[in-house]
Design a protein around this ligand. Structure first.
Ligand code: 9MR
Length: 560
């Protein structure tokens, strides 16, 4: 049985740049025959093609048929059709097909800003009053120190809300901010011209750096001036109500225990920021670098302070029940911080801390950050002195090996996307795995000049925008079938409006920790577009950042 109507074809619902590979998928027991391509407005078919069988069935056992229409290069709005059966959602062919998404993926960070009103001039119909001023955040007993006893208050305003909740977590802020900074570091000329329509637009700083700075300034407030250690998070004791607007959210906010993970992530981001902001302000750069070095020193003296929420809750009041971001393995955080500090200072002590770094490729995630540092070393290779180049060559080889492996295996999958080469990719926030693999391919392209890697990066973007097992474009506001009920308090608090646009939802997650109703248990179908589903339908800054890198990076590398 063929699916009917617009669900008939699975494809990138935004569309394609002219030179991009263009494929769509149909699920059917038998070869559905041929497909037609027309302009969306109608008229005679422009192209007629036959299907080829996909090399594998879908994970739910459906045979998949591939329609390849890569010969289509003319600008326009189109649809695919199987006569008598139905047609696809409309899609564009256009050299600027991703421009709006590229900007929206970054504007999303503006929408996530805490402690500030969002004016209609920048936020359009999503304008809202600010909340969570965070001028008087209470020191939780777990964070008490001599200069800041429990109950003392600290100002810690600004920054981005982490995700669908209203808390601010250093570990996750670390990777999210660094990913944006790295996008800028890779494509500085492109981003210098990119306007986001934020309050700072028009100042001498590129908008992406203005947006990142909004979070960097908050991060600085999370460092204890007395010793350089960094608090793990700023949080309410429990998550606030699902539909409460920031301006109405009154829950008491706490700074909780310092942790080595947060402190090292902080050190890494601040070190990277120091070199990127220095052309604009020596003073600002200096502040970041000093913060980074003090954090590094604290972490060296406190190498294993873990954030263990349950243990804390047995010891202190009030109990904390928000995101834990607890990580028990800290070697990768140390290596990331060492790499960024080495690049920014040239100090060989940091290089020596890197020497025994594992070479094997590890896809970045909030708990596995080693390759954020390795990527930075690769990007900055030309300027590095006193680094063992044979070691760096091994790092590059490892990156390329993984990119080759994923690319090769991708061709064997039903969806022709690197993301679906393994069920292990389908974790909480699986869509960020797809986006981070996209970054890996962009980096592989920059190392080799092999445009095949750009096609692989685009394959994962196609996956995210609809060529997948659920037929969803996983970015709010983009594509004909996109999430309408993301687990996102900011969106839920404005129920009369469509969800805030430009946000990547977490995506299929067979562990289904939220116990919501899912239509399927199959790994890549374990997604439900319901407010309930924080395990598959939440948004988060560490998922949007790699989306922004991927989409903007594809534009930066392919446009003249
Ligand atoms: O992205 C995080 C995921 O890897 C964890 O498995 C999960 C449970 O601890 O938490 C996710 O992060 C959430 C955080 O804890 C709180 N804010 C929302 C985040 C996204 O769901």
């Amino acid at each position: 049985q063929l699916a009917s109507g617009t669900a008939l074809f699975r494809l990138n619902q935004l569309g394609y740049a002219p030179e991009q590979r263009k494929i769509a998928l149909v699920f059917a027991e038998e070869n559905p025959g041929y497909f037609l391509l027309r302009e969306h407005s109608g008229g005679d078919p422009i192209l007629k093609g036959s299907f080829t069988p996909a090399p594998a069935k879908s994970w739910s056992g459906k045979p998949v048929w591939i329609a390849n229409f890569s010969t289509l290069k003319k600008n326009g709005l189109y649809r695919l059709e199987i006569p008598g059966r139905g047609s696809s959602l409309p899609f564009a062919v256009n050299s600027d097909v991703y421009g709006k998404l590229a900007r929206a993926s970054l504007k999303a960070f503006y929408f996530q800003r805490a402690s500030t009103d969002l004016d209609a001039q920048y936020a359009g119909r999503w304008a809202r009053r600010g909340g969570h001023a965070d001028r008087e955040v209470e020191i939780h007993p777990s964070a008490a120190g001599t200069s800041r006893p429990a109950g003392a208050t600290v100002a810690s305003p600004g920054g981005w809300y982490d995700a669908g909740d209203y808390n601010k977590y250093i570990v996750n802020s670390g990777i999210a901010t660094a990913t944006l900074l790295s996008a800028y570091e890779r494509y500085p000329r492109y981003f210098t011209r990119l306007e986001l329509g934020i309050p700072e637009s028009g100042n001498p700083l590129p908008d992406i750096l203005d947006e990142a700075r909004y979070n960097l300034r908050w991060m600085l407030t999370m460092q204890d001036p007395a010793d350089g250690g960094v608090y793990h998070k700023l949080t309410t004791a429990r998550f606030e109500g699902m539909t409460v607007a920031p301006a109405d959210a009154g829950g008491r906010r706490y700074l909780v225990q310092k942790s080595t993970a947060a402190t090292l992530d902080f050190a890494a981001v601040m070190a990277q920021a120091a070199r990127l902001y220095s052309p604009f302000s020596a003073e600002e750069a200096d502040k970041y670098l000093r913060a980074a070095e003090r954090a590094w020193t604290w972490a060296a003296q406190n190498p294993g302070i873990l954030y263990r929420q349950e243990a804390l809750n047995r010891k202190y009041d009030p109990d904390i029940h928000t995101g834990a971001y607890s990580d028990e393995y800290l070697e990768d955080e140390r290596l990331w911080a060492a790499a960024e500090l080495f690049i920014s200072t040239g100090n060989t002590a940091y290089r020596d801390a890197l020497q025994n770094a594992p070479i094997d490729y590890q896809l970045p995630s909030w708990s596995q950050v080693q390759w954020l540092g390795h990527y930075s070393l690769i990007r900055r290779e030309q300027e590095l002195k006193h680094l063992d180049l044979a070691w760096l060559t091994e790092i590059k080889r490892s990156l390329l090996k993984e990119a080759e492996r994923l690319r090769h295996q991708s061709a064997q999958t039903a969806y022709q996307a690197p993301m679906v080469t393994s069920k292990t990719h389908f974790v909480w926030g699986s869509n960020s795995v797809a986006a981070n693999q996209g970054i890996l391919f962009l980096e592989a392209y920059h190392l080799t000049g092999d445009v095949g890697f750009l096609h692989s990066a685009a394959d994962n973007l196609d996956y995210l925008l609809g060529r997948n097992a659920t037929g969803y474009s996983y970015v709010t506001g983009f594509g004909g079938k996109s999430p309408q009920h993301p687990h996102h308090r900011l969106a839920a608090a404005q129920p009369a409006l469509p969800p805030l646009p430009g946000f990547l939802v977490g995506g299929p997650n067979p562990a289904q920790q939220d116990n919501c109703d899912y239509p399927s248990d199959v790994a890549d179908e374990s997604y439900t577009d319901t407010l309930c589903s924080y395990a598959s339908n939440e948004i988060a800054i560490n998922w949007n950042a790699p989306l922004a890198y991927l989409v903007n990076g594809l534009i930066a590398t392919t446009s003249k």
